[in-house]
Design a protein around this ligand. Structure first.
Ligand code: ATP
Ligand code: MG
Length: 567
């Protein structure tokens, strides 16, 4: 059966193709009926939304079929790795809602066993030390259609190889001076079989093993064996590893028997429009100060999305929406944003905040009077309750909600016109006060006392409803508005330009002097989602302090970007 029809039949049974393979293996009683997956991040950066896709698969499939999922730090390159990354990875996986219990492992835990295996392969004539430079080795690799050339060091004796390998690990040779290679087949049609490198010399201390080792295993010599040592049954990874699978199986066969053997399965990566997903590029953005850090809300990192106010559920729902296939694709960030809006609509507390305020004076409302009006916390939920908001003679509304000379069908406030203040009264505009430059400083209105929302007599209808805050009770806040980090849809495809030139110069806009209702000021815990009514979804930033509130706009209420693009 072709991959295509396999996927289709799996779809019909409500399982994705990976789950289908797992289900079949379990039914066939493979590995004693055990299911154990692993998520294997390299601690060389923060996790991004692509990793979330892998996490949802690795942990999700284990959950679904009653198996377990290990967290394994793939820490085989001390040059790039750091404990800061280990900590952030743990936090991000937990935040997404997954747990590995006590199954936290490190590839570095297996360095002794991997070393022993290398020694065994040397003794069996299956590995040799090559003194050539990486350039020479690369030059001998051949092409997919032409065989490679054998290294002049390929036929060293096991004794000589063993002696050199031990001395490599003792620190006797410089980095790059020698490598250990598997002796497989320089003419293999699979390039990965052309005597792949197993070990290289690295003298940077390792964050866990210090300077105990001077040789470090390559990914291909570490991953399958680590899976085997841990008892992993299904090693699920992304498509670029498909071509490595025969080598994965080759090394695993050196260890496994018939009763248990890990199996590699590949699915398509998540790629997102208007961003980059490579950790190398993300690190560059951080290091060069082009963003405020790994958790900058514009970053595609999980920590950035958390700081921005995305919820774990919206990310998981998005991953479900895009699904798992065998074809590479570019996923639209609009779909992610749709999932974010969908979840926030269900969970965000409704509040009022005026981003670009203009003062309204209600001339027939007593100067010292304060009424409390009641506001629904979330009309989408039955038990979300209400909170109170003060109503006073002077309020703020959005400057954009008033027009002195409105076009037809402008249902907001205009001279002589009426609007409802949400949750309060209907007001009518009578007068506009301006400064010497002609800027509007105050709008004078009168209110209709018989129109308080929810009261008998409030049935009178007007077309427009505005959000507002009491001028004397409102609290000042700063909001940060985010846009796409890059101004082109697929920055990685623009190979003739440095990706940093493609950054969107307007990806962050900071607005001061935003007026927010007092309830928000008191309840703005970091990460709690709010809907600023008619404006968007927001959450307090960790920088926020009492008296100096800072909110991140998670996302606008509607997708104005798509509309603008279509114009
Ligand atoms: P790099 O960007 O340095 O090549 P990586 O993105 O592969 O690294 P790892 O830490 O090695 O990062 O990834 C851990 C796991 O997450 C791997 O199994 C990998 O296949 C998976 N993963 C990484 N990026 C994506 C992605 N964009 N979509 C789905 N899975 C991904
Ligand atoms: Mg990787």
């Amino acid at each position: 059966m072709s991959t295509n029809t396999q996927e289709e039949s799996a779809e019909k049974r409500g399982l994705n193709f990976v789950e289908q393979i797992v289900a079949d293996d379990l039914r066939a009683g493979k590995n004693g009926g055990r299911l154990n997956t692993r998520f294997p991040p390299e601690p060389n950066g923060y996790l991004h939304i692509g990793h979330a896709k892998a996490i949802c698969m690795d942990f999700g499939v284990a959950e679904k079929f009653g198996g377990t999922c290990n967290l394994r730090f793939d820490d085989t390159n001390p040059v790039k790795e750091d404990v800061e990354y280990v900590d952030s990875i743990r936090e991000d996986i937990h935040w997404l809602g997954f747990d590995w219990g006590d199954r936290e492992y490190y590839a570095s835990d297996y360095f002794p066993k991997l070393y022993d295996l290398a020694v065994r392969l040397i003794k069996e004539g299956k590995a040799y030390v090559d003194d050539q430079t990486s350039e020479q080795i690369a030059a001998q690799k051949g092409t997919p259609t032409e065989p490679g050339k054998e290294s002049p060091f390929r036929n060293r004796t096991p004794e000589e190889n063993l002696d050199l390998f031990e001395r490599m690990n003792a620190g006797e040779f410089d980095e790059g001076a020698r490598v250990l290679r598997a002796k497989i087949d320089m003419a293999s049609p699979n390039m990965h079989f052309r005597d792949p490198i197993m070990y290289r010399i690295i003298k940077t201390p390792h964050h866990r093993t210090g300077d105990r080792w001077k040789v470090y295993p390559m990914y291909d010599f570490a991953h399958g064996q680590s899976d085997y040592f841990e008892g992993v049954t299904h090693s699920i990874c992304t498509l670029e590893f498909e071509v490595h699978r025969p080598l994965y199986e080759y090394f695993v066969r050196e260890l496994a028997d018939d009763s248990y053997c890990p199996r590699q399965i590949e699915f398509n990566r998540l790629n997102l429009t208007y961003t980059v997903m490579s950790k190398r590029k993300l690190l560059q953005l951080v290091k060069e100060g082009l963003v405020a850090g790994w958790d900058d809300p514009r970053m595609p990192t999980i920590s950035g999305m958390r700081r921005r106010g995305y919820t774990p559920r919206s990310i998981r729902n998005f991953v479900d929406l895009i699904g798992y296939t065998k074809y590479e694709a570019l996923n639209s960030v609009s779909l992610l944003e749709h999932a974010v809006r969908d979840d926030l609509n269900a969970v965000a507390t409704r509040v009022m905040a005026v981003v670009n305020p203009v003062k309204v004076v209600i001339t027939n409302y007593p100067a010292d009077k304060v009424e409390t009006v009641s506001m629904d916390n979330n009309p989408e939920q039955d038990n979300a309750g209400t909170h109170e908001m003060p109503f006073t003679r002077e309020i703020y509304i959005e400057r954009e909600d008033f027009m002195e000379n409105p076009p037809k069908k402008f249902f907001r406030l205009a001279p002589g016109g009426e609007v409802r203040l949400k949750g309060a009264y209907i007001i009518k505009c009578n007068d506009v006060i301006k400064d010497a430059d002609g800027n509007i400083t105050e709008i004078h209105c009168t209110y209709d006392p018989d129109t308080l929302s929810g009261m008998p007599g409030s049935m009178r209808k007007v077309k427009g409803t505005l959000h507002w805050v009491s001028a004397s009770h409102a609290v000042d806040a700063t909001v940060r508005l985010y846009d796409r980090l890059f101004s082109v849809e697929n920055p990685s495809a623009e190979t003739d330009r440095d990706f940093r030139e493609l950054l969107n110069p307007d990806s962050l806009r900071v607005i001061e002097g935003v007026k927010v209702e007092p309830y928000l000021a008191e309840n703005a815990e970091v990460g709690r989602p709010f809907q600023f009514q008619r404006v968007g979804y927001f959450t307090a930033d960790p920088d926020s302090r009492p008296g100096a509130l800072v909110f991140n706009r998670t996302i606008a209420l509607k997708d104005s970007w798509e509309k603008e693009q279509k114009k």
